[in-house]
Design a binder for this molecule. Sequence first.
Ligand SMILES: Nc1ncnc2c1ncn2[C@@H]1O[C@H](COP(=O)(O)OP(=O)(O)O)[C@@H](O)[C@H]1O
Ligand SMILES: [Mg+2]
Length: 258
Amino acid sequence: MSSEFFLDEKWIKKLDRQTRVISDRIGLDRKTLDEVFDKSTLLSLGKLISDKVIEYLDFPVSTGKEANIFRGVTPDKKFVAIKIYRTSNLTFKHISKYIEGDPRFICTNKTRRGIIYEWAKKEFKNLERLKKAKVRVPAPIKKINNILIMEYIGDSEKSAPLLKDVELKDPKKILDELLTFISRMYERAKLVHADLSAYNVLMYKDKPYVIDVGQGVLLEHPSSLEFLKRDIHNVVQYFSKFGIKEDEKEIFERIIKK
Ligand SMILES: Nc1ncnc2c1ncn2[C@@H]1O[C@H](COP(=O)(O)OP(=O)(O)O)[C@@H](O)[C@H]1O
Ligand SMILES: [Mg+2]
């Protein structure tokens, strides 16, 4: 037996124990557990640990349809967010329409797993572009296979709440900031988020952070303008409950004319 193989097996056992503890904590059933932490995902986590990107998985933050998010701890005791895309069928069906037609990703002749890896790469690349365009997003840290490591938004007690769950001191200010972000995405990053709403914005220290940027598309995507319209609508609509009125059409025209 080669030493490498031995190391892999050791990591698998260690991670297997760790994931069991985590799944007990969140009450994950065996099926979900197997779906998220299949052998290759455990190996990727093992690599992240041996590369000292993370030391361990600390806390489950969210169990979504496509991905599970954990808080992780680095060897120097800082928090990171760990997004693990599931490699199951469900995920695959949903994502293909956003990835097709994006010249950055080659999805022909790829296995389902290969496409999921491309998808995680897409979220990572979108985060990089958005960060550069000065849109407030979690800083991307590392991507390996179906796992994305990024800046953790929150403190030692809990992760930052979603926009939809917080009381806002100054809603107009937050709306203006989000509209500025939409505009910067379009103008500077040449991207449309395509799933922007009060469900994909975290509020931390009174500041909005845009998250979940995996389905973001380049402007050349055939539906990019339709997605842009929808993003503007979701955001403007949410703030109308605070009595703030904005002209969606006018915002849309202003952004695309830039
Ligand atoms: N960087 C982050 N820091 C803290 N919490 C996060 C971070 N990214 C995501 N979360 C939490 O995990 C949840 C799910 O993440 P998201 O990227 O929206 O995935 P999905 O909606 O596809 O499940 C979010 O609603 C948020 O509560
Ligand atoms: Mg989300």
